[in-house]
Every structure is written in structure tokens, then in C-alpha cells.
Design a protein. Structure first.
Length: 201
């Protein structure tokens, strides 16, 4: 019986040794040798395309009087680029806004707005925040595909937030002018705050 067990053990040992000798993989060495796949960073802007070198990275939050605005993402497109045309067609943005005739750029932003104040905010009489690149106006524009929706999460027109509420959404702008700097301004309840993403060149 002992001789039989010894023969079986010897056969198994030789089999394992033979397999290892024929290119068996050592798991610990394989893990060490395997290339690591790093997650690609999420693109939050294309500002460098327009000569804007950021002093701070997105997301950027501006807060005043209990209202906070966070710019999560911003993409600037030439007005007649494929990306701009697709967005304009999808949400039925007009070829021009109320203030800017023949805009050069279509700007698409992802934002989060939080109302930590004691008052309801409603942009029906004007925006609480603005984007600034130079002396010219960066004009927020309404879309006609979702014009009746309040607090739309896909394409913002009207925002109404009660105290304690927040909204993450997308907002479009049109612009004609130069890119000298990039700042966000926020006004609420008689107070104002701003933050520069890129100082004056």
C-alpha cells in the first residue's frame, strides 16, 4: 500500500514539474509583468484650443449669499462646427440670440446649482451667474425643444429652486469676441462673487 502511494505521489510531482517546465505561468510574476491599464482622465474643457491656459482645474465653484454655482464642464465650439450644429439641432437653439448677431462660438456647459439660502431662486427675470472672456457679452440662450420645462436636466431654460434644492444640468451660450481671460460671476440677494479660471493675459 505504501509503495503504491509513493508511486502516485512521485507521478503527480513529476507531472506538475513537467507542466511548470513547459511554460506554466507563475501567477505572482504574471501579475507583476502584466501592463496596468490606467483610466483616461475625463475631458472637462477644450479651453486650450482658444488660447486659455487655466490657473485652476474644473470643476470650479462660486458661492454667494447661500447660492452656489459649479462649472463642471465647458466646451467651446466654432458656431458652424459639427458639434455645435448637432447640439443646436437637437435642442432647437436659434442661429442667433437676442443680443448677439452672427455669433462666432457656441458654448456648451455642464453645471450644478445649489440653493442653500432661505429664498427661492428663479431666473425668469435674469441669470444669477455669467461667464466672462472679455469685454463682449457671453449670452445664455434658450432652446425651443424644451421651452416649457422647468429645472430641465438636459438643456436649461428656466431654473426654480426652493431652499435646500439643487440641480445638475447643461446650459448653452453664444459668443462673439476674443478670449482674454475666463471668469465666473455670481450675484444673489444683493451680494456678488467671482472666480477666475484664467487671469488676464
Amino acid at each position: 500500500m505504501k509503495n503504491t502511494m509513493m508511486k502516485v505521489t512521485l507521478a503527480v510531482t513529476m507531472l506538475v514539474g513537467g507542466v511548470l517546465g513547459q511554460g506554466a505561468v507563475d501567477v505572482s510574476k504574471a501579475d507583476a509583468a502584466a501592463p496596468t491599464t490606467k483610466a483616461q482622465p475625463i475631458m472637462t474643457d477644450n479651453l486650450s484650443k482658444y488660447g486659455l491656459k487655466k490657473d485652476v482645474e474644473l470643476p470650479v465653484t462660486v458661492t454667494t449669499a447661500g447660492l452656489s454655482y459649479t462649472l463642471e464642464k465647458i466646451m467651446i465650439y466654432d458656431f458652424n462646427s459639427t458639434e455645435a450644429i448637432n447640439l443646436r439641432k437637437t435642442y432647437k437653439y436659434g442661429d442667433q440670440s437676442g443680443l448677439i448677431a452672427k455669433p462666432q462660438y457656441f458654448i456648451w456647459t455642464k453645471i450644478t446649482v445649489k440653493n442653500n439660502s432661505k429664498k427661492t431662486i428663479d431666473n425668469i427675470n435674469g441669470e444669477y451667474w455669467d461667464l466672462r472672456f472679455g469685454k463682449d457679452i457671453v449670452d445664455p440662450v434658450s432652446n425651443w425643444s424644451r421651452i416649457g420645462k422647468t429645472n430641465d436636466k438636459l438643456a436649461l431654460n428656466r431654473i426654480v429652486l426652493k431652499p435646500g434644492e439643487q440641480l445638475s444640468t447643461y446650459q448653452a451660450y453664444m459668443y462673439k469676441g476674443s478670449f482674454n481671460y475666463f471668469a465666473i460671476g455670481l450675484a444673489h440677494d444683493g451680494q456678488f462673487s467671482e472666480k477666475y479660471i484664467m487671469e488676464n493675459q
